[in-house]
Ligand binder design. Structure first.
Ligand code: 13P
Length: 345
């Protein structure tokens, strides 16, 4: 393992004022996104949509890397240039989602395990050859205080898979994004989310240590500590920010270069405001706090694009707007009034 090189990539992924675009929707997820704008999910439409994002002028000021799906890593743009080259030319690092999605975790009460470890070393070597310099593996956990979820079984099984994946990444010169996502589904309060996040991160870092993963050469991608989407009371922006930073301080070693949050179904504005508040209120943390958003970066440009070439310029403006505001949030400079700076044409 070349830890110096891994650390250099990880540091670049969380460079000041920059974060990651998650554009690694699986074939079934991108189909859902495209059908929301009445566009059929053909290979060409998927390519056109993602090429629209990747060719946005100026996005490289705020976007350090893009997580791709297998198909996209191999795709060429309209003029025949590989999409990976389009990103590299702008100084944006290509990454790759390598997990194969979730399956039922047998013996549990409806919890999930992420699969994809078999043959991963071989796939990883090919991904490196195709230009990927970082990867993503997403574990999915749920909160249910009544039944004790996430269960110890789900935590251990998923933490071990994340750790084995991370070790395979690092052996192949690829920085692992370690993503234990705790879904916002449910009516739990902030304290319940805090406790579940704390148990999850302690377990994840225990297994990363068991599998000798080098913390300097990885990025953590957690959700924020936030109440369930059906909770009666919503915590304030500052409460979410403070709780999230507190749990990270308890669990994440300072050798980790950065923490890049998922947006997890938060609105675009809240995802920016929460990240902004964390960085504004807690300026001297041992790791960078930034974004690795899918929906909170793409919802606006997806809608503006609508599958029409004539809308590309406007959709790119929308994407740049969200990227810029999240970049400012990563610097602690986000303000709600910046939201009004974008006007759709
Ligand atoms: P969201 O920001 O839409 O949650 O997606 C990020 C991601 O990569 C989830 O795996």
């Amino acid at each position: 393992m070349n830890l110096k090189e891994l650390n250099k990539i990880a540091e670049a992924m969380v460079a000041p004022g920059k974060g990651i675009l998650a554009a690694d929707e699986s074939t079934s997820t991108i189909e859902k996104r495209l059908s929301s704008i009445n566009v059929p999910s053909t290979e060409e439409n998927r390519r056109d949509y993602r090429e629209m994002l990747f060719t946005t002028d100026g996005a490289e000021q705020y976007i350090s890397g893009v997580i791709l799906y297998d198909e996209t890593l191999r795709q060429k743009g309209k003029d025949g240039t590989p999409l990976v080259d389009i990103l590299n030319k702008r100084g944006i690092i290509p990454g790759i989602k390598v997990d194969k999605g979730v399956q039922p975790l047998q013996g549990s009460d409806g919890e999930k395990i992420t699969e994809g470890l078999d043959g991963l070393g071989k796939r990883m070597a090919e991904y490196h050859q195709l230009g990927a310099r970082f990867a993503k593996w997403r574990a999915v956990l749920t909160i249910d205080a009544a039944t004790g979820k996430p269960s110890r079984q789900a935590l251990v099984a998923n933490a071990e898979a994340l750790a084995r994946y991370a070790g395979i990444c690092q052996a192949n010169g690829i920085v692992p994004i370690v993503e234990p996502e705790i879904l916002m589904d449910g009516d739990h309060d902030l304290a319940t989310s805090f406790a579940a996040t704390e148990r999850t991160l302690h377990t994840v870092f225990e297994y990363l240590a068991i599998h000798n993963v080098a913390f300097e050469g990885m990025i953590l991608k957690p959700g924020m500590v936030i109440q369930g989407e059906k909770a009666k009371k919503a915590a304030s922006i500052d409460e979410v920010a403070d709780a999230t930073v507190q749990v990270l301080k308890r669990c994440v070693p300072s050798a980790v270069p950065g923490i890049a949050f998922l947006s997890g179904g938060q609105s675009d504005e809240l995802a920016s405001a929460h990240l902004g508040a964390m960085n504004a209120r807690h300026p001297n943390l041992p790791w960078k706090l930034t974004f690795s958003y899918g929906r909170a970066l793409q919802a606006l440009p997806l809608k503006l694009w609508g599958g029409k070439a004539a809308n590309v310029a406007n959709a790119q403006k929308g994407y740049l707007h969200r990227a810029r505001l999240n970049g400012m949030a990563a610097l602690g400079k986000y303000e709600a009034k910046l939201e009004s700076e974008f006007k759709a044409a």
